[in-house]
Design a protein around this ligand. Structure first.
Ligand SMILES: [Ca+2]
Ligand SMILES: [Ca+2]
Ligand SMILES: [Ca+2]
Length: 184
């Protein structure tokens, strides 16, 4: 009961292949793998955090996973379905620069007001820093704060204390570190 709604049919596969530029077989294969890990076709936040934690032995991936979860969960229903999973994975790894910037901006803009505040930017860089193994992290948080503040001031072209999308896009041209979150 209700199971068929989670299954992808041929048309869904083709649509996803079109959106991601992957071939249909590859999508099918990824779907099989996805179902192996998540037999009900959904990833909960808890599962997602668990998956991410494994990527950072010795570090803490929880905050990064929390942030990324929101980027994946496009419709905000608290779960990631295969469609959301594959599209976001694709943008993260091979999306066009515009799509990547779009995704990254959304991750930074935690309260979704259309601007990045200094606090929001701190959250992201702290989360990234926390994924490092303990020995690489020691005493580094003050440094992260200082560097984030400098970055923020540089990005805030009109000096209004927040980063607009245009400022972000412009700044990211010279600062690849702004997209570091997508490499996590
Ligand atoms: Ca969702
Ligand atoms: Ca914001
Ligand atoms: Ca500004």
């Amino acid at each position: 009961m209700g199971q068929s709604s989670n299954k992808l049919n041929k048309k869904d596969i083709e649509a996803l292949a079109g959106e991601t530029k992957l071939d249909g077989e590859k999508v099918q294969e990824m779907y099989k793998d996805f179902l192996k890990q998540c037999p009900n076709g959904k990833i909960t936040k808890k599962q997602f955090i668990g998956m991410y934690q494994q990527r950072f032995p010795g570090g803490n991936g929880t905050d990064v996973a929390e942030r990324l979860f929101r980027g994946f969960d496009k419709n905000n229903d608290g779960i990631i379905d295969f469609r959301e999973f594959i599209i976001t994975e694709y943008v993260k790894s091979q999306g066009s620069p515009e799509k990547k910037l779009e995704l990254a901006f959304g991750l930074y803009d935690i309260d979704e007001n259309g601007y990045i505040s200094l606090t929001e930017m701190m959250e992201i860089f702290k989360a990234i820093h926390n994924t490092l193994p303990e020995e690489q992290r020691k005493g580094g948080m003050a440094d992260v704060r200082n560097r984030t503040k400098q970055k923020f001031e540089k990005l805030d072209d009109n000096g209004d204390g927040q980063i607009s999308k245009a400022e972000f896009v412009e700044g990211a041209k010279d600062d690849p570190e702004l997209l570091e979150i997508l490499r996590k």
